[in-house]
Design a protein around this ligand. Structure first.
Ligand code: UGA
Length: 438
């Protein structure tokens, strides 16, 4: 099938490359000429495990193309995906849909015949209907030939390819038989081989499903973080509580890792957009409003936790391991480090940090940080170490070496990647999340 993917951000690039792997003929379009030139040369603008190989293979097989020429890419395509950004609008947090609607206008100008236009960007309820209005207004000659569908993406940064190739489900909001057939054909390899369920819904339900999924996961994380606070106050162990509730099939064990609060390009933005949409429709979500507030506060509280464990940080050096919002990405958007590091600096600390992939981005956002070449260099001569992101590199530190480099054997582990007992054996003062300090 001839597929056009508009937008080569995270979702667009991963989806485009994966569809080409399915054997579809995919053209990815972006306005950024430099990005397109880089992609044509096999240079990937983001760090995502496996993506570079997929892009190179797709180009080699002739199934994956990159261009700035939207008109040529849209002409004759059977499925045209809109995968442009929907950032939070300044002031109210509502999703900014200007890029989506601008893409719809351009698609309308470029259409040459029947096609299905699919929104893959995360968009509020009613966006498909608005895209359809734009297409109808601009192209009355194609009445009845162009359908608009919703097909949200559930992939996670850092495991995006795996998530695309082995999803729990595909959600497709369609309102014509033709759109349903096209969606089936697009994902055919998945339900043929792996029997991945395709959930066909109305376009509105599909649009809301994406926000509801992200809001629910954000709520789950916030819930376990609150339980972790209660554990710290009462002496219970959050790992035990998470396991104890997670084994109940109705709850499920995933996304119950207590930590410094959720970040990234999706949960913070999508929870805010849902709150806004719910209020606007007279059905406010007090639950998600509380989640947003609790998470914002939590990121700030984490700096206090570190300061307290250090017994004050004035004039001290804090080694920080990990600054990205999660491992296996270079993405710094809404990372807890963006709250924690400046708060430590404001409290008088010198911060020396290391991150395997995030330092280039982070250097622009975190002024005054001393960047180290590896974890040990960050710890050398520091007064203690704080782990902010659970990169594999940090899971198996040589604790004897770490202890000899640090002025004081003090670790604050905001991701619970060590056992309190092993840290006690190694002679560390160890503070983690929702567990007794040792
Ligand atoms: C999230 C969703 O998981 C994807 O399904 C969705 O497609 C994506 O948003 C999106 O809307 O595009 P992502 O933001 O890449 O994916 O990352 P997650 O793995 O979900 O982590 C988000 C944040 O929650 C991170 O800061 C992470 O550290 C935190 N988290 C996650 C926890 O604190 N505890 C957990 O148990 C899980």
């Amino acid at each position: 099938m001839r597929v056009t993917m508009i937008g080569t951000g995270y979702v667009g690039l991963v989806s485009g490359a994966c569809f080409s792997e399915f054997g579809h003929d995919v053209t990815c379009v972006d306005k950024d000429a430099r990005k397109i030139a880089d992609l044509q040369n096999g240079k990937i603008p983001i760090f995502e495990p496996g993506l570079d190989k997929l892009v190179v293979d797709g180009a080699k097989s002739g199934h994956l193309h990159f261009t700035t020429d939207l008109r040529a890419a849209v002409a004759g395509a059977e499925a045209i995906f809109i995968a442009v950004g929907t950032p939070s609008r300044r002031g109210d947090g509502f999703a900014d849909l200007s890029y989506v609607y601008a893409a719809a206008e351009e698609i309308a100008d470029a259409l040459t015949g029947p096609a299905v236009v699919v929104t893959k960007s995360t968009v509020p309820v009613g966006t498909c209907a608005e895209v359809e209005r734009i297409l109808k207004r601009k192209r009355p000659d194609l009445a009845g030939q162009v359908a608009v569908a919703s097909n949200p993406e559930f992939l996670r940064e850092g495991s995006a390819i795996e998530d695309f190739m082995r999803p729990d489900r595909i959600v497709a909001g369609v309102d014509t038989d033709h759109a349903r057939q096209v969606m089936r054909a697009l994902y055919r390899p998945l339900f043929l081989n792996d029997k991945t369920p395709i959930v066909f819904t109305s376009r509105e339900a599909s649009e809301l499903t994406k926000y509801a999924a992200n809001a629910f996961l954000a709520m789950k994380i916030t819930f376990i973080n609150e339980m972790a606070n209660l554990c710290e106050a009462t002496g219970a162990d959050i790992q035990d509580v998470a396991k104890g509730i997670g084994l109940d099939g109705r709850i499920g064990g995933k996304f119950l890792n207590a930590g410094p609060g959720y970040g990234g390009s999706c949960f913070p933005k999508d929870t805010l957009a849902l709150v806004h949409q719910a209020r606007q429709n007279g059905a406010p979500s007090r639950l998600i409003e509380a989640v947003v507030d609790a998470n914002t506060a939590r990121k700030k509280q984490m700096a206090d936790k570190i300061v307290k464990a250090f017994g004050g940080v004035t004039g001290k050096t804090v080694a920080v391991l990990g600054v990205t919002f999660k491992p296996n990405t270079d993405d710094m958007r809404d990372a807890p480090s963006l709250d924690i590091v400046p708060a430590l600096q404001a409290a008088g600390a010198t911060v020396r940090a290391f991150d395997p992939e995030g330092m280039h981005e982070a250097a622009k956002l975190l002024p005054g940080v001393q960047w180290a070449g590896n974890a040990y260099e960050a710890m050398d001569g520091a007064d203690g170490v704080a782990i902010l992101t659970e990169w594999n590199d940090f899971r198996a530190l040589n604790l004897t070496r770490a202890k000899s480099l640090l002025k004081r054997p003090l670790m604050i582990d905001l991701r619970n990647i060590y056992l309190p007992s092993e840290m006690a054996d190694a002679g560390f003062a160890y503070h983690s999340i929702g567990r007794k300090p040792v």
